[in-house]
Design a binder for this molecule. Structure first.
Ligand code: HEM
Length: 450
């Protein structure tokens, strides 16, 4: 391989050198604008020096296909996932190779569109509760942080779907432990755990208590012999062809992983949706005109009714193009590889940014414009699959994508039927690219009844 790649071009990139490299520029304009700037200057493959570390970057869908399509001999998740592993163990989101293959095969059937459709009633019920809460908030007229509202919704949905728990109930001890553990896992960098900072100590305590809580719940379930209609029930009963299931540790790791991967991402996609709707009145009107004849009295939609509201789902997909909740992730190369005719050596970390690729002008016309019609089925078929990757693509494509789309579809249809939201005048909405694409100052809006 080294010989085959020797004739390839050298990757262009920033000349900035150790010890800071381009960190100053990143601090100045933020990671997202920095990546966009580098991409405009150097093209689809470049390298960056950030502090003492060298990273590569790939934007072209053909290259992303190479990195993401079941290619675990040449590409692994690598160093970018070490911190996550501390909190989530060897789970679907952190593992590779044989461990991951076996786990994915075992868990996949629980996430097909048909399998997740059974959770629509739980989603409906939870959205109806938020809707009742919004009626009260609309009457009061005070500004509300909509990003927090969507977190409240997503946390309640996932708690119920996973374990029939009401995690939105803040009095519940486990909710606080969950919040601390998930917060630790989402930090892109932090002090190694063996250093006894107050934060690390609190995390370790919460982690221990949370695992004990979940183990007890699982033991009680196993002991009771009763069936429940949640994901934990499914995880307890999963068996592969050889009759092997998940161990207690693996069930806890996977539950934590599903919480971690599934709640903030969905909440952010929904929060950005309200922002985009308010900024685009024509799209807002079109969405309202679609949902009104179907669920005019504000009832929770059936699956058949959801199919009759395709624009609402296309809008949600388009929002995730402009504001992908996972705006950045990475893979490491195991061997030397070729990307767009450039040579990337073995052992490199390659950054992938859905945010940048979703603005690639070879694949998206007027990429900054919001056009839900881009997601009409015929147009999706014509497009390069790897040009759109809010859920990643290939073997590791998000296992929860059907669930997230279902939740987004229901929540937007039900809430937009009854309410419209307006930004508080002079309130600055700014992206905060953390490990997820958050809001720097939150998303402060007022809620109005239609
Ligand atoms: C809008 C919501 C969501 C977004 C944007 C999203 C995004 C992603 C992305 C980009 C990945 C690939 C990560 C990587 O390979 O490094 C991923 C993987 C994953 N997601 Fe999601 N996700 C969402 C919702 C969910 C939900 C609701 C669940 C589960 C309840 C979930 C569970 C997972 C798991 C377990 C993986 C690892 C899959 C594997 O490697 O086999 N996600 N997600």
């Amino acid at each position: 391989m080294a010989q085959a790649t020797a004739a390839l071009k050298e990757v262009p990139g920033s000349p900035a050198k150790w010890p800071m490299g381009d960190l100053g520029r990143v601090r100045e304009i933020g990671m997202i604008d920095y990546l966009m700037e580098m991409w405009r200057e150097h093209g689809d493959v470049f390298h960056m020096n950030l502090g003492p570390n060298k990273f590569y970057f790939a934007a072209h869908p053909d290259d992303l296909r190479k990195a993401l399509l079941n290619n675990d001999k040449k590409w692994i998740r690598g160093k970018g996932y070490e911190r996550l592993k501390t909190a989530l163990g060897e789970s679907l989101l952190t593992s590779d190779g044989e461990v991951w293959h076996k786990r994915r095969k075992l868990m996949q059937p629980a996430f097909t569109p048909n399998a997740v459709a059974q959770y629509s009633r739980t989603i409906n019920r939870t959205v109806a509760e938020i809707s009742a809460r919004w009626e009260r908030l609309a009457e009061k007229g005070d500004p509300v942080y909509i990003d927090d509202e969507m977190k409240r919704l997503a946390m309640a949905v996932i708690g119920r779907i996973m374990m029939n728990l009401n995690l939105e109930d803040e009095a519940m001890r486990a909710a606080a432990d969950f919040a601390r553990v998930l917060d630790f896992a989402s930090k892109p960098i932090g002090m190694p755990l063996f250093i006894p900072t107050p934060e690390n100590q609190q995390y370790k305590r919460a982690y221990k208590d949370l695992r004990a809580f979940m183990e007890e719940l699982i033991r009680n379930r196993e002991g009771s012999g009763k069936e429940h209609d949640d994901m934990l029930n499914t995880l307890i009963h999963l068996k592969n062809d050889e009759g092997e299931g998940l161990t207690m540790d693996a069930i806890v790791d996977e539950l934590l992983t599903l919480f971690f991967a599934g709640h903030e991402t969905t909440a952010l996609a929904l929060a950005w949706s309200w922002y985009v709707l308010e900024k685009n009145p024509e799209v807002e009107d079109k969405l309202y005109d679609e949902v009104t004849p179907v669920i005019g009295d504000g009832h929770a939609p059936t699956l058949d009714e959801l199919h009759r509201m395709p624009y609402t789902l296309q809008f949600f997909e388009e929002v995730m193009r402009l504001y992908p909740p996972i705006h950045i992730f990475s893979r490491d190369t195991v061997e030397d590889v070729e990307l767009s005719g450039y040579h990337v050596p073995a052992g490199s970390a390659v950054i992938i940014s859905p945010y940048v690729t979703h603005r690639h002008t070879d694949f998206w016309e007027d990429p900054e414009e919001i056009r839900p019609e881009r997601f009409e089925p015929e147009r999706v078929k014509e497009r390069h699959r790897y040009a759109y990757l809010p859920f990643s693509q290939g073997g590791h494509i998000c296992i929860g994508n059907n669930l997230a789309l279902l939740e987004g579809h229901i929540a937007l249809a039900m809430l937009a039927r009854k309410f419209y939201l307006r930004l508080v005048p002079d309130f600055e909405v700014k992206m905060f690219p953390y490990s997820t694409l958050r809001f720097e100052h939150g998303l402060k809006m007022t809620i109005h009844k239609r």
